[in-house]
Write a new protein. Structure first.
Length: 258
């Protein structure tokens, strides 16, 4: 098992900040009203040295916010995230891995995973994600999947940790090929990260919920572009040692399994 201390960690300051910022950006009234008020307020300072610069920046920010939320922009950006995803070849895998993304994303993932297991694509289903792993397992049981083929970790807070902790628990069991289930925007970043840890990945992306608010959909998609860039410059997609000795989580799991 993973070190229980990994599950007891508080959310990192970065994740708290990201959550707060995401909530703000996904609520139009919290963005449009302050930006509009800022632009109007600047006009009351006729002699302010930075007036023109601040007016331009405020106006551009307002225009950019509406632009990224525009349906055509979102549609094009969404296609860009899936354009280079490989097709699921339909081959047998060692495990089906579901990544958590909150309660509103679980149902479609659970249904896809249950169908794949019932069609004998893989003998094992593994759920990954803090606040999601245990709940996904419960939902899979209601879909008729037996407890004996279900495993989970509820410690990972990021996509990188999803991959690290999944590898720590599954690779010592001989799992190499996985069917990976997450939403379409998140799939490319997830696929590249899991591949870097030695998995052969068969992607099975699920659509975003139809009732997802447009602004939330837009911010999730554009966040993935930032995530791809961030993970790329951090080197998270570089192949790691096949034996995984250099990974503390995997080394810990290998030691526990003798």
């Amino acid at each position: 098992m993973l070190d229980p201390a990994l599950c007891a960690r508080p959310l990192s300051q970065w994740l708290v900040l990201k959550s707060t910022l995401s909530h703000w950006l996904m609520t139009p009234v919290l963005v449009v009203i302050p930006l509009t008020a800022f632009i109007l307020l600047i006009k009351f300072f006729p002699k302010w040295r930075w007036k023109r610069y601040m007016l331009v920046m405020g106006s551009l920010s307002l225009v950019a916010y509406f632009l990224v939320s525009f349906p055509a922009t979102v549609a094009i950006a969404s296609k860009g995230l899936i354009a280079f995803l490989p097709e699921d070849p339909g081959r047998k895998a060692d495990a089906i891995v579901i990544l958590g993304r909150g309660a509103y994303m679980r149902k479609s993932r659970v249904e896809v995973a249950a169908d794949l297991w019932k069609s004998k694509r893989a003998p094992l289903i593994f759920a990954s994600g803090a606040g999601d792993g245990a709940d996904i397992v419960k939902m899979l049981k209601t879909e008729g999947v037996p407890k004996s083929v279900l495993k989970a970790e509820s410690c990972s807070q990021t996509t990188e940790e999803n991959a690290l902790f999944t590898a720590a628990m599954l690779q010592p069991m001989g799992v190499k090929r996985i069917v990976l289930i997450t939403d379409s925007p998140h799939m490319m970043r997830s696929l590249l990260t899991f591949r870097s840890l030695g998995f052969t990945v068969f992607p099975r992306p699920t659509p975003l919920p139809a009732n997802l608010p447009p602004t939330r959909r837009a911010m999730m998609i554009f966040y993935e572009y930032m995530g791809l860039f961030n993970y790329g410059i951090k080197g998270y997609w570089q192949p790691q040692n096949a034996e995984m000795e250099q990974n503390p989580y995997i080394a810990q799991q290998q030691a526990a399994n003798g």
